[in-house]
Design a protein around this ligand. Structure first.
Ligand code: CU
Length: 255
């Protein structure tokens, strides 16, 4: 019985070895992936996830979020240059009932990139309300070049995803007497942060599929998956061989 199991053990080791080789190769890939889990601010009820694959300064950005104000533009940015963290509703230091962009800045910093639907993505488009998503349930995807500062912020852990715009009084739109700290012609509801999440390096398995069209890194990911598949088949085969050998041995003993 010991002899029957020895062969499958060798087969499993052989199947596992190419998998380890592929994982090592993937670690040298040019692109890096980052994930931000969004937490609600200003009692927005917003939740979601941001995924970024960075290849040099080319960023492929995917955001899925629910609970945003339907039919109203929500500005969204990479904020950089501070702690790489998010405020909480307790950070309403001026007591006006909102955590404003100004009150959040010590945590997440200034705008590094504007995640618009089209056109310019620089900080200059920070309040380009006609080019931001207006869906209550957002599904954003865009690839564009970010500045060296933004790319560096992802690498050093200070990049933060912030979605703005919250209907705090439940009127169905942005309104109210308190005006924005960014633009006094806009209500505070239009610019106050609705959700925030700090980016952290993502696991290989969490790489967004949308990043697959660019770079050698994603190709390596596909190859790695293939290797896993081959390895799994080989292991299943080895297990089956072991089971057959075991049954034969059992049958031999009973006969
Ligand atoms: Cu912002």
């Amino acid at each position: 019985m010991r002899k029957a199991f020895a062969l499958p053990t060798v087969a499993i080791a052989a199947a596992a070895f190419p998998l380890l080789t592929m994982t090592a190769a993937s670690a040298h890939a040019a692109s890096s992936s980052y994930q931000a889990d969004l937490s609600a601010l200003n009692e927005s009820g917003v939740s979601g996830t941001g995924m970024v694959t960075l290849d040099g300064t080319s960023a492929t950005v995917m955001i899925e979020a629910t609970g945003l104000v339907e039919g109203a533009p929500h500005a969204q940015h990479f904020h950089i240059g501070a702690q790489g963290a998010c405020p909480t509703d307790a950070d309403d230091t001026d007591g006006d009932g909102f955590v404003s962009v100004t009150e959040g800045a010590p945590y997440y910093g200034d705008i590094g990139a504007s995640l618009t639907l089209d056109g310019d993505t620089s900080p200059d488009s920070g309040l380009a309300v006609d080019r931001f998503p207006t869906d209550g349930n957002e599904n954003y995807s865009r690839t564009f070049d970010v500045s060296e500062d933004v790319a560096a912020a992802f690498e050093d852990g200070t990049a933060v995803l912030v979605l703005h715009g919250v209907d705090k009084d439940g009127s169905g739109t942005y309104d109210g007497d308190i005006m924005s700290d960014l633009d006094p012609s806009l209500p505070m509801e239009a610019t106050a942060p609705a959700a925030c999440g700090a980016f952290a390096a993502a696991q290989m398995g969490a790489t967004p599929e949308g990043g697959a069209e660019t770079g050698a890194g994603s190709t390596a990911g596909v190859e790695q998956q293939t290797a896993i598949g081959v390895g799994a088949v080989a292991m299943a085969g080895a297990a089956a061989a072991g089971a057959i050998a075991y049954r034969r041995r059992q049958a031999g003993e009973q006969a």
